[in-house]
Design a protein around this ligand. Structure first.
Ligand code: HPA
Length: 246
């Protein structure tokens, strides 16, 4: 059976229902991951869990050590990654509470350590990233969302911004022209690093606010937290549903 790792985003710094067996403090050539890798039993199988922002939440999106995180999961035995991300909705069909399992990503980040092939130029590898997400893992997420009856889109383009500030209305309009359906700050370089380490990777994105200019209101942290709180149970039962399948 595939060994899955869950990377929990904002609102998911620990996985309720995970029967923890051990925690690994993994040291990597790239420094410390955000937190210990937790290994436990979830939905009847062994899974790994890592809090992307640390537990408690400590690292802003641009400060997350994505290289150490993905490396630590690989080292701990992960074969596939289920990444959970809170996002803003750009597409009119992607309102608060909606799920999207993106099929494409556009990277607008800058200055992040984004590759394992940085130091030894002899060994630079240009990974194919035409299709950034694993289609089999995406399909498993979609099947689980459907089985749970959670409103979702079976594809979408994830625009990853640098943060930690939210975007301007003009920036969101540009992302929209680029074809982005959702916007978040943590999808990259995580997905590319997973590909470099040959991990299957897919993203379960929960919309927690309309992106800038997509509602008449300003975006508040209170609104985001409320949406996270309302959606996190659905994230959990989607993951459980997926993992309960062989
Ligand atoms: N923009 C970027 N990242 C986000 C948003 C947003 O509106 N909401 C949650 N993460």
């Amino acid at each position: 059976m595939t060994v899955y790792a869950i990377i929990g985003g904002t609102g998911l710094t620990q996985l309720e229902g995970l029967n923890i067996q051990r925690s690994l403090a993994v040291d990597t050539p790239y420094g410390q991951p955000s937190a210990e890798v937790v290994i436990g039993e979830y939905a009847g199988r062994e899974v790994l869990f890592l809090a992307r922002h640390g537990h408690p939440h400590r690292f802003a999106p641009h400060k997350v050590n994505y290289r150490a995180n993905v490396w630590a999961l690989k080292q701990a035995g992960a074969e596939a990654v289920l990444a959970v991300n809170a996002v803003g909705g750009i597409h009119p069909g992607m309102g608060t509470g909606h799920f999207c399992v993106p099929h494409q990503v556009i990277d607008y980040t800058s200055g992040r350590e984004h590759t394992y092939f940085a130091d030894d130029l002899e060994a630079v590898t240009h990974i194919d990233f035409s299709y950034p997400y694993s289609e089999p893992v995406r399909q498993r997420l979609l099947a689980a969302l459907a089985a749970e009856g959670h409103a979702h889109s079976d594809q979408g383009v994830y625009g990853c911004t640098q943060g930690p500030r939210l975007e301007t209305v003009a920036e969101i309009a540009r992302l929209e022209r680029d074809g982005c359906d959702i916007v978040g700050m943590t999808g990259m370089p995580e997905a590319a690093l997973a590909r470099e380490l040959q991990l299957d990777y897919a993203c379960l994105a929960l919309v927690v606010n309309p992106a800038a200019g997509k509602s008449t209101e300003v975006i508040t942290m209170a609104e985001i937290e409320l949406a996270l709180h309302a959606g996190i149970g659905k994230v959990r039962n989607t993951l459980q549903r997926l993992l309960a399948q062989p």
